[in-house]
Design a protein around this ligand. Structure first.
Ligand code: ATP
Ligand code: MG
Length: 218
């Protein structure tokens, strides 16, 4: 396949990527929200989009099934980034990775060095690294969604999850007790594609980089 395949997830990443694609002269032929197609053409005959689950984007790019992709740093930290070149922070889909507990839970004491805590999360690798760095023993429970429920029903003391406005936490009587890191989405490029298709890919990277800059100046 000599064309360029770009892996994107539906929802906020797709929506926030549209202006960047447009800056690179790429306009999707269809909207993946209304189309059931998983492969979507563009106005550029040699560029197509593949619509994947957000957490699968690095995998498609790692194996070269897509040349480029856009993935949240949260997803990249879990994946590990093997085989991926991460040239650009696109500064889209911004949020933060945080620890939250039920109101009134004594996180201060539980998270002292040598302490022990039960944490439910989708972000096992990030949570493991965070508590290891603090010297806290952590029992991790893997969940795939609705993390906020876990502390309410006694499954866990705390959750590690993405927070943007904090509205979902508040609505469930949870409080953000620790900010782990800021999260935004990155462009990821297959390392072999970057070499073999450099002439086609580099101008796209330059256009994306320019579009981030101009957004900041706007
Ligand atoms: P799914 O919704 O299919 O279970 P997902 O939650 O990983 O998967 P999205 O909700 O589309 O997929 O999130 C994609 C990326 O957007 C995340 O990996 C993260 O980087 C970022 N993100 C997630 N939630 C928020 C949020 N509330 N505000 C801003 N960015 C977010
Ligand atoms: Mg989601």
């Amino acid at each position: 396949m000599s064309g360029i395949t770009i892996a994107l997830s539906k929802g906020r990443i797709f929506d926030e990527t549209l202006p960047l694609l447009e800056a690179a002269g790429i306009v999707p032929a269809e909207n993946p929200e209304s189309s059931r197609k998983l492969i979507i053409g563009t106005n550029q005959p040699d560029v197509r989009l593949v619509i994947v689950r957000a957490s699968d984007t690095p995998t498609y790019v790692q194996y070269g099934a897509a040349d480029l992709g856009i993935a949240g740093k949260d997803v990249l930290l879990e994946h590990g980034g093997e085989g991926l070149y991460q040239p650009l922070d696109l500064e889209i889909a911004r949020c933060r990775l945080s620890v939250a507990t039920r109101e009134g839970f004594d996180y201060e004491t539980a998270s002292r060095p040598g302490g022990r805590i039960r944490v439910a999360t989708k972000y096992i690798e990030s949570a493991k690294a965070h508590f290891a760095e603090k010297g806290v023993h952590v029992d991790l429970i893997k969940l795939y969604g609705s993390m906020e429920l876990a502390p309410l029903v006694g499954l866990a003391d705390a959750i590690v999850d993405l927070v943007s406005t904090g509205g979902t936490l508040r609505a469930n009587g949870l409080v953000e007790v620790e900010h782990i890191r800021d999260i935004s989405s990155r462009l990821v490029v297959n390392q072999a594609s970057l070499k073999l298709k450099h002439e086609r890919i580099q101008p796209m990277l330059d256009a994306f980089a320019g579009a981030i800059g101009s957004k900041e100046n706007a």
